[in-house]
Design a protein around this ligand. Structure first.
Ligand code: NAD
Length: 416
């Protein structure tokens, strides 16, 4: 089974478990498992090939999953494997995430099946603008607010903002994750990793872990992994191993994150970081440590390696890094798991703060953004742990129940 199918199966498993516990009727489940609107568009763009202009027609999608609690919200990805099933699953996940942190948004996701590495800047701009033109009738500041995701970035959001503003007037709140100069929020870039570090620390404290004596292993040193590393190192944790797509590096006495960041800025990879020994991405997950942070890909902890995991606390910075069968095995061994739904929600929270600042035309400074983020994350974590204790279930089960209950309640109130 490929990774996408494994993830969809894992998500279905966690959802069904929550539906059972909530005793939702079949009709209600069917409504919650259906997307509100699925739009497929063609995105024609002229690309330069061997000195010739050639017209390419790409497939684009926007799934607006549920808007019972507020405007649709979710990222836009440019990736060759994008398809409707994947976008639908991600739009659904966004619905639970916005509900869990209790922000007034629903869930959506969009994508174009294209390899952005094959496009030059002009072609990427043309693709972004054409996608925005075609989606303009269904997006809106109070209707659906896209954001960056895999293969897109603040520049893509800037092009979309400009395109949308040509026909609607200057509307900074139409996208989030923009450059700060165009209304983007201070703190947005680091928000997801910052939130991961904040929650990891909170749970570690409850487990009576002492930062200086706690070894941390992080898989993935991109946006989320690097900012989680910065956050945990600043709290005094000992980061003993890091990795990227090329492999990992380790040092049992600790790795300086500043040194690692400087090395990556210079060479583009962690490989060869001085003062460290190489370790494969597979072995890295099985290193003896107190905290493991998978921050790269989905389905990296499966039945094949679950029994070899040595960490006492696993914080899911990536989306769905643990399959449901592996989750069961880790739970049986008493390993605490902070689920993705909760652990990586800092990004969507900061997006919400960006939208609020845009609507108010009143920018906040970085400290304000991050302190509001911390307090909302703590509040959410407390609500999840209270429910988990009350019902004697794990954090993932409680997070799903809380989120589904909120969406279901809003759906009923509105009479969908
Ligand atoms: P990124 O592209 O910035 O970084 C990904 C990192 O993973 C890179 O260091 C890359 O080299 C590494 N990687 C890629 N393939 C790998 C492999 N086979 N083995 C080990 N490492 C590998 O991406 P990101 O924004 O940091 O996102 C990481 C994860 O977090 C993804 O699952 C993403 O969906 C999730 N996530 C991100 C955000 C966000 O705000 N960026 C929010 C929520 C969830």
């Amino acid at each position: 089974m490929d990774k996408k199918c494994i993830c969809q199966e894992t998500q279905r498993h966690f959802l069904n478990r929550a539906f059972e516990r909530l005793k939702l009727k079949e009709t209600q489940r069917e409504l919650l498992l259906s997307s509100f609107r699925e739009t497929r568009i063609t995105v024609p763009v002229t690309l330069r090939h061997n000195g010739e202009d050639v017209l390419h027609t790409f497939q684009g999608y926007r799934v607006q999953y549920n808007h019972a609690r507020g405007p649709f919200k979710g990222g836009l990805r440019f990736h060759p494997d994008v398809n409707l099933g994947e976008i639908r699953a991600l739009a659904q996940l966004m619905t639970w995430k916005t509900a869990l942190v209790d922000i007034p948004f629903g869930g959506a996701k969009g994508g174009v099946a294209v390899d952005p590495q094959q496009l030059n800047d002009m072609e990427r701009e043309a693709l972004s603008r054409r996608f925005c033109q075609k989606m303009a009738p269904i997006i809106g500041v109070h209707d659906d607010i896209p954001a960056p995701d895999i293969g897109t970035n603040p520049q893509v959001m800037a092009w979309m903002l400009d395109e949308y503003s040509k026909t609607h007037g200057f509307r900074t709140a139409i996208v989030t994750g923009k450059p700060v100069e165009l209304g983007g929020s201070a703190g947005r870039l680091e928000a997801t990793g910052y939130g991961v570090a904040h929650l990891a620390h909170k749970v570690a404290e409850e487990m009576s872990l002492i930062p200086a004596q706690s070894r941390v292993v992080i898989q993935g040193f991109g946006n989320v992994g690097s900012h989680a590393a910065i956050g945990l190192a600043s709290k005094g944790y000992k980061i003993i191993a890091l990795s990227d797509v090329n492999g990992g590096v380790m040092n049992e006495t600790g790795i300086s994150i500043d040194h690692a960041l400087a090395h990556v800025a210079e060479s583009g990879t962690l490989t060869g970081l001085s003062g460290t020994a190489p370790v494969s991405n597979i072995d890295l997950l099985e290193l003896p440590c107190e905290i493991l942070v998978p921050a790269a890909l989905e389905a990296t902890i499966t039945c094949d390696n679950a029994d070899a995991i040595q960490a006492g606390l696993v914080v899911e910075a990536a989306n769905m890094p643990i399959t449901h069968q592996a989750d069961e095995r880790l739970q049986q061994r008493g390993i605490v798991i902070v689920p993705d739904l909760l652990a990586n929600v800092g990004g969507v929270l900061a997006s919400y703060y960006e939208w609020v600042q845009n609507l108010q035309q009143f920018p906040w400074d970085r400290e304000t953004v991050l302190s509001r983020l911390e307090s909302r994350l703590c509040h959410t974590y407390d609500a999840v742990t209270i429910l988990a204790n009350e019902r004697q279930i794990d954090l993932r089960g409680a997070a799903y129940e809380l989120a589904i209950r909120r969406v279901d309640h809003a759906v009923r109130l509105r009479g969908f």
